[in-house]
Write a new protein. Structure first.
Length: 228
């Protein structure tokens, strides 16, 4: 009977330890785990913060797909999406990216998961990111409409329940133009997930394929699937 009691006690201790470990994971950690599983299936590799900083600090460089978790104080300034003052509000950061430059054309995928010091701060940055993404999508769409019937445009721009999705693609057969931009921004408590894909005039097929692969694995519709 003593052995049975010891076994039951050990089982309960293990169960409690597992429960405490699960509960101890932040929303960023859970989102990062989900993203990492998807990205590894897409052959993205984990690199350290130092290597990621060096890549992201060179706007004219291209790089293979990678992901990493940053220490916010050291890493946030390197990614170019927040200024020094804004970086102080971030407590944790996960980044993934792949960029291809071909014939001067830049094609890229970026994923950021920001954890902020509190929910109100996260909401403020969410609003700023959404405004910026929506303006970019709409400005790009408007700039291409001069071509009239010669240009084929797909477009989506909407925000609902702390989740923004925007997409615009432009295709012109006469000059072999096929490009798109896509934004997917999600607010969850004090955590903000920001997903951006973009392809340009040339070299965009690989990133476009990754867009499809990513959203096949992601448990939500892609912005492109919602486009007109």
């Amino acid at each position: 009977m003593k052995l049975m009691k010891k076994a039951i006690c050990a089982t309960l201790v293990c169960a409690m330890a597992l429960s405490m470990t699960a509960c101890g994971k932040s929303k960023l950690d859970k989102q990062a785990e989900k993203l990492t599983e998807i990205l590894e299936d897409m052959d993205y590799e984990e690199i350290d913060q130092k290597k990621a900083t060096k890549k992201l600090d060179d706007l004219d460089a291209d790089w293979d797909g990678f992901y990493t978790k940053f220490d916010a104080k050291e890493g946030i300034k390197a990614i170019g999406i927040l200024d020094k003052k804004s970086a102080k509000d971030v407590t944790d950061l996960y980044v993934a990216s792949h960029k291809i430059i071909e014939d001067g054309s830049k094609n890229a995928m970026f994923v950021y998961v920001f954890e902020y010091k509190d929910e109100d701060t996260a909401e403020d940055y969410y609003d700023d990111f959404v405004d910026e993404a929506s303006d970019t999508i709409n400005d790009f769409k408007d700039s291409m409409e001069f071509a009239g019937d010669d240009v084929e445009i797909e477009f989506y721009d909407d925000e609902d329940d702390d989740h923004y999705k925007g997409f615009v693609s432009v295709a012109m057969d006469e000059i072999d133009l096929d490009m798109f931009m896509s934004y997917d921004i999600l607010l969850d408590g004090n955590t903000l997930t920001y997903i951006m894909f973009g392809t340009n005039v040339s070299g965009g097929d690989e990133i476009a394929d990754e867009y499809e692969d990513f959203y096949d694995a992601w448990d939500d519709e892609s912005p492109m699937d919602l486009a007109d």
